[in-house]
Write a protein that binds this ligand. Structure first.
Ligand SMILES: [Zn+2]
Length: 190
């Protein structure tokens, strides 16, 4: 992990790139999958480890983003999580965060970086995403676990399942009558 300035430069750049992107055919197909059973009185839940909100942008409603979102912030003082689509997220980050290795750290003082706007709090904001080594939101994990235990069908789409955590989830559907046709499964290498 770099300095606070480097972290925000990196996430600012990612937010700017993602905000310019549109959902692809796969996102739209998954949204259509959700809409069709809804018309038949059934329910589809999308559990994703993506943080780019493209499922949301495609219109998916029942969405569990277990790794958080690029477009949410969390206050390091009061803990409030808030949506944030500002571009740039704070003025001092404008034009910063180019991905080239030779890019210099802008060394932005922490006090000029993104700050909480809750009444009486000016705490430093951080991206509301799960970083390596951090615990993810237990409420969302429990909800994902519950949905996987209850579901009649689990489709695993668009992942090699080699990133930790989510690979643990699909096998929870295995006992009993559950089916999980995996469209992209590549077993982790030993
Ligand atoms: Zn705060």
């Amino acid at each position: 992990m770099g300095t606070t300035s480097e972290v925000w430069e990196f996430y600012h750049y990612r937010r700017e790139v993602v905000q310019s992107k549109e959902p692809n055919a796969r996102h739209l197909a998954i949204t259509e999958c959700e809409a069709r059973p809804d018309r038949q009185g059934q329910r589809v839940v999308v559990i994703t480890q993506n943080i780019n909100e493209l499922h949301h942008k495609a219109g998916t409603k029942n969405l569990l983003e277990i790794h958080g979102s690029l477009f949410k912030t969390r206050c390091t003082s009061c803990g409030v999580v808030a949506e944030n689509y500002e571009s740039p997220i704070c003025p001092v980050l404008s034009g910063k965060g180019a991905p080239e290795p030779e890019t210099q750290d802008a060394r932005i003082p922490v006090e000029r970086l993104c700050r909480c706007e809750e009444a009486g709090c000016v705490g430093l904001l951080r991206p509301h995403v799960g970083w390596f080594g951090e615990n993810l939101d237990p409420a969302i994990l429990e909800e994902a676990d519950r949905e996987l235990a209850l579901c009649d069908l689990c489709l695993v789409v668009g992942t090699s399942s080699v990133v930790t955590l989510l690979p643990c989830l699909p096998p929870r559907c295995l006992p009993g009558q559950h089916q999980w046709p995996n469209l992209t499964w590549e077993p982790p290498q030993p």
